[in-house]
Design a protein around this ligand. Structure first.
Ligand code: 9WN
Length: 430
């Protein structure tokens, strides 16, 4: 692994250090999440990265989103990875030869994966616009992006409403963005892993095995991806869950689309209606009053997944959510310890299988903490929001732009110089 650009950043230079990370990770129109571990463009990473870039380079922030949507498939889906053709084919596994997107995407010249990631893009596009409206207007940023964002949400709400209840399913753990979340253990247990001999893992060259998903996880990820590819990216490959984070971002994204539509002289109503419909479906299908959280739903197993993941608190990003106070109460409780754990743990601190250093099974991540912070501000919890922001910045100062962090000890994990950590730091500083 390359040495970190910023092991410990003195407070005055945190802003400069974050910009340096983003400059180093910029590749001709898009930012890679991390040069070694993730050398291509990732979908929801680009949304978070734009939120930081917008403060010092609005054009780069706009290009970040434009380049991602330049790889949008003809059916409207936005692929979770856009591969850089200049990067060696074996630098990331599974690479473009595995996904074979050209057979299906409608944009054969742009190699991509065929699965998606959480829809954080409309929110990011609206915030990117608001940071520099004049620049955006001169480039017709919203006018060009709006129809693509609409096609993306249309695809999700038609192609992925598998139960017909108005909620979107993800059909691969990678689509949730929280790959090895304990919430997926039950549905994944039904998937037989491919043997390690069929996995050409590259991630272990860049991060410790104790901090990454296991070989059994990867064996399942690759089987699911292979089966989905072989169904021409249309079937349900043996995993389907309704995730509160994806659906919360979708509802928040529809509110953002309403603002965008108004700004460019179009009718916002269909977006407001949809935002309300998705919010209602979240409340009816995934909310649990006794638990004070949203739980994911296992569509193929027809069961609620009663696992306390940070994803269950993140519908807080939805403006009109009726249970914001309950979510804040749960966040302040022993499972997430909003008052002192930082970043917010990805998974229940009180659970026996909480692992503070392993990926999405316990460590805190800046993006999910940023979303919760954004939600706190949205719902008028300014004091809690400011306190969380101060502690997040202190953590980053102490350990640099790590991918994830032990939420209690502050030990850094995963890759160094991780783009969304740097980008969201820049946003929190402001
Ligand atoms: C698979 C890029 C991505 C993030 C995900 C994170 C991780 C990829 C991987 O890295 O996933 O998509 O190779 O492990 O889980 O949230 O978008 O930063």
């Amino acid at each position: 692994e390359r040495p970190a650009l910023t092991a410990i950043a003195p407070s005055a230079s945190l802003d400069r250090a974050a910009r340096r990370v983003l400059a180093a990770n910029w590749r001709r129109g898009a930012t890679v999440p991390a040069g070694g571990l993730y050398p291509h463009q990732w979908s929801w990473d680009s949304a978070f990265i734009a939120l930081g870039l917008r403060h010092f380079s609005p054009v780069r922030a706009q290009r970040e989103l434009e380049s991602l949507f330049g790889a949008q498939w003809a059916d409207g889906r936005v692929p979770h990875i856009v591969f850089d053709p200049l990067v060696p084919a074996d630098a990331y596994f599974p690479g473009p030869a595995f996904w074979r997107s050209g057979d299906r995407s409608g944009t054969p010249g742009v190699p991509t994966s065929g699965i998606v990631q959480p829809p954080a893009h409309a929110l990011a596009a609206w915030e990117t616009y608001r940071a520099a409206p004049a620049v955006a207007r001169s480039r017709r940023f919203l006018e060009r992006l709006y129809p693509r964002l609409v096609a993306w949400h249309d695809w999700l709400l038609t192609g992925r409403d598998l139960r017909g209840r108005g909620l979107v399913s993800v059909v691969h753990p990678w689509e949730s963005g929280m790959d090895n979340s304990p919430a997926w253990d039950v549905p994944l247990s039904r998937v037989a892993p491919l043997p390690p001999t069929e996995l050409a893992r590259r991630d272990l060259a860049h991060a410790a095995a104790t901090e990454r998903p296991t070989d059994a996880d990867y064996g399942r990820y690759i089987r699911l991806a292979r089966d989905y590819r072989d169904s021409r990216y249309e079937g349900t490959p043996g995993f389907a869950v309704e995730d509160p984070l994806c659906n919360g971002l979708l509802a928040a994204g529809e509110y953002a689309l309403a603002s965008i539509a108004t700004e460019i002289g179009q009718d916002p109503n269909r977006h407001l209606v949809r935002a309300q419909q998705v919010t209602d479906a979240l409340m009816t299908e995934l909310w649990d009053t006794g638990a004070g959280t949203f739980f994911a739903y296992d569509v193929l197993g027809d069961a609620v997944l009663r696992s306390y993941s940070i994803a269950g608190l993140l519908p807080l990003v939805v403006p009109d959510l009726p249970v914001a106070t309950d979510l804040v109460k749960t966040a302040l409780g022993d499972r997430f310890r909003l008052a002192d754990a930082c970043p917010l743990p990805s998974y229940d601190l009180t659970a026996e299988d909480h692992e503070p250093g392993r990926y999405w099974r316990g460590p805190g991540w800046i993006n999910t903490s940023w979303l919760f912070w954004h939600g706190l501000r949205l719902h008028g919890e300014t004091g809690l929001a400011d306190d969380l922001r101060d502690r997040l910045l202190a953590r980053v100062r102490a350990c640099g732009f790590r991918e994830y962090v032990d939420p209690l000890t502050g030990a850094g994990h995963g890759t160094n110089d991780f783009s969304w950590t740097a980008a969201l730091t820049l946003d929190l500083i402001r």
